[in-house]
Design a protein around this ligand. Structure first.
Ligand SMILES: NC(=O)C1=CN([C@@H]2O[C@H](COP(=O)(O)OP(=O)(O)OC[C@H]3O[C@@H](n4cnc5c(N)ncnc54)[C@H](OP(=O)(O)O)[C@@H]3O)[C@@H](O)[C@H]2O)[C@@H](O)CC1
Ligand SMILES: [K+]
Length: 538
């Protein structure tokens, strides 16, 4: 499991390691600086052959301390390095001060106020133009927006050495980015930080801000440097912070053990061992979404899948369905009759279902049957004017899969808090929003986006970040959400517990898109699933 840490957790881990006598602050800072330098040359090997000139921008805390270590290590590799300090050297924390003093014996530390002078005169000559700028201003300790003078100087620096002309590397975080939420603490610039990094190096584990919200956009690439802290330190740290499971977050990953069909437990399995999913369809001309979901449910391994369509859409559905079966369902009362068959163990309502009272009634009937159930799209929006009516019927076997717009309709107050421009850190995050929504709804919530967050009431949150090496821009295509709803339904039919179904489906959905690549349309996603399952060894 890959934990995603908050700044407070990271600080507590560090403290736990100090208290156990396992390591000193100076040792950690040295490893952090070394980790950055190693990552820089590993990710950008050509830097070895470029002009060996670097600017290191150091801040008033330990992030700045890491900067002084980096300056020293670069200098030892023969780089001409200049450090700029934003802050009073006398007030640096002890380890940062020690590294400042050590560096000051080797090279220059230009006080921040001299920046523009130095930049204009010190770097007028092409030979002196830096090929590396290291941002060691603020990391996990950022609490407020960058001061105007600093912000202005950084923007000037960005203009003077535009993207592509130098490598920009951030120590732990691009300064100005909140590491708990991935949101810039920059209300005066609408969240536009002074500069975009090419590489950000985190320590020990990724922080939440590296994968949430705008984090990936500002971090560039991310690498995690191992600084020798172990998992035991996290356990200790959490005890000290008096945290429960809901304070934890991790990256989502597929559940390979349960995805595998057959094996020792079921050498010869019957199709009913893998459940029977029922997907409700809208009327004529609107059945495509349900059919997509149904195909995905079958491809992900449900034993049987049926589409339940109104009489008027039966012919249209019949013309398109083969292995997926078809039932007539003209509304809530027909659905009630269908659900007398208790082999139907997972339901999907929403894709193309239509807005209004008929959908609401079907949702209430489906929820009343206590089946595992996915509510998506129209099944959510139909309750936009009366979310409490929906919440009153939800139970622990339900999954809500809102995209941002649907989430805003069901949880307007949570959304308002999440969309307000943060003025202080740590800022309210999509993890907290999804967890609050799950607690209110009493069921699992998947808040969809490039940073999808999965939360169940009182549980650890999971994040699937379709960014960095898992970016899947091709998923922004009509119907891809319907496929995801179907995949989750298929896994629920197979017996997955909701949060595990969502975790596996979200990961495989992105993987299917990545394996197909450009030109993807939603129909391709279910067809890419066999390849994804095989590659997982399922
Ligand atoms: N934890 C670990 O295991 C390890 C941590 N390591 C490193 O330490 C970093 C965390 O260090 P840190 O806690 O000193 O925080 P950091 O980000 O340097 O800034 C804090 C200072 O900035 C100030 N300040 C805040 N916002 C401001 C603003 N807008 N404008 C102006 N000032 C502002 C704030 O002042 P205050 O809020 O107290 O007034 C305080 O003085 C971490 O990111 C990593 O790089 C590694 O060495 C190895 C292991
Ligand atoms: K930084």
């Amino acid at each position: 499991m890959t934990d995603l840490l908050t700044s407070a957790q990271m600080r507590a881990i560090e403290q736990a390691a100090f208290d156990s006598g396992e390591v000193t602050g100076a040792e950690l800072m040295e490893r952090a600086g070394q980790g950055v330098v190693d990552a820089v040359f590993e990710v950008f090997p050509k830097l070895q052959d470029s002009r060996p000139v670097a600017l290191v921008l150091c801040g008033p805390g330990n992030n700045g301390g890491d900067g002084f270590v980096i300056a020293r290590l670069l200098s030892e590799r023969g780089w001409r390095t200049e450090c700029y300090l934003y802050g009073d050297p006398a007030r640096l924390p002890p380890d940062a001060k020690a590294n400042h003093d050590r560096w000051a014996g080797m090279g220059t530390v230009v006080p921040f106020g001299d920046w523009r002078f130095s930049l204009r005169w010190g770097y007028g000559d092409a030979e002196e133009t830096p090929s590396l700028i290291v941002d060691a201003l603020f990391g996990t300790g950022l609490t407020r927006p960058l001061a105007d003078d600093l912000d202005k100087a950084l923007r000037e620096l960005d203009t003077r050495f535009p993207e592509g002309t130098v490598r920009r590397v951030a120590v732990d975080a691009p300064s100005g980015l909140c590491m708990d939420s991935g949101r810039p603490i920059d209300p005066d610039h609408d969240g536009e930080l002074p500069s975009r990094q090419d590489l950000t190096i985190s320590f020990h584990r990724l922080k939440r801000g590296h994968v949430l919200a705008n984090g990936p956009e500002w971090c560039g690439q991310v690498r995690v440097a191992d600084i020798g802290l172990d998992q035991g330190a996290l356990r200790l740290a959490r005890e000290r912070l008096r945290e429960d499971l809901s304070d934890m977050a991790a990256l989502a990953k597929p559940d390979i053990y349960f995805l595998r069909k057959g094996g020792e437990e079921y050498p010869i399995a019957h199709k009913y061992d893998y459940g029977h999913a029922l997907v409700l369809s809208g009327g004529p001309g609107r059945s495509g979404a349900a059919r997509l979901a149904a195909r995905a449910a079958l491809r992900v391994g449900a034993g049987l899948v049926s589409v339940a369509a109104p009489g008027t859409a039966m012919a249209e559905c019949a013309a398109h369905l083969t292995s997926v079966m078809l039932r007539r369902c003209n509304g809530a009362s027909d659905l009630g009759v269908l659900l007398e068959d208790d082999r139907l163990n997972a339901l999907c309502l929403g894709p193309g279902l239509g807005l209004g009272a008929a959908t609401r009634d079907m949702v209430v009937t489906a929820l009343g049957s206590r089946r595992r159930c996915v509510l998506d799209a129209d099944a959510l929006t139909s309750f936009a004017d009366q979310p409490p009516t929906l919440f009153a019927h939800l139970h622990s076997k339900v999954v809500l899969t809102p995209h941002t717009g649907e989430f805003a309709r069901l949880f307007p107050d949570i959304w308002e808090r999440l969309s307000r421009q943060p003025e202080r850190g740590p800022a309210y995050s999509r993890i907290e929003a999804a967890q609050e929504a799950a607690a209110r709804a009493g069921c699992t919530v998947l808040l969809k986006g490039p940073d999808s967050v999965i939360a169940e009431p009182g549980g650890r949150a999971l994040v699937h970040a379709a960014s960095y090496d898992r970016a899947a821009p091709w998923l922004a295509t009509a119907g891809s959400g319907d496929v995801l709803a179907g995949m989750i339904t298929g896994l629920l039919a197979r017996g997955f517990w909701p949060v595990r179904a969502v975790e596996s489906a979200t990961w495989m959905h992105v993987e299917a898109a990545r394996s197909f690549g450009p030109g993807l349309i939603a129909e391709d996603l279910p067809e890419a699933l066999p390849g994804v399952l095989s590659s997982l060894g399922a």
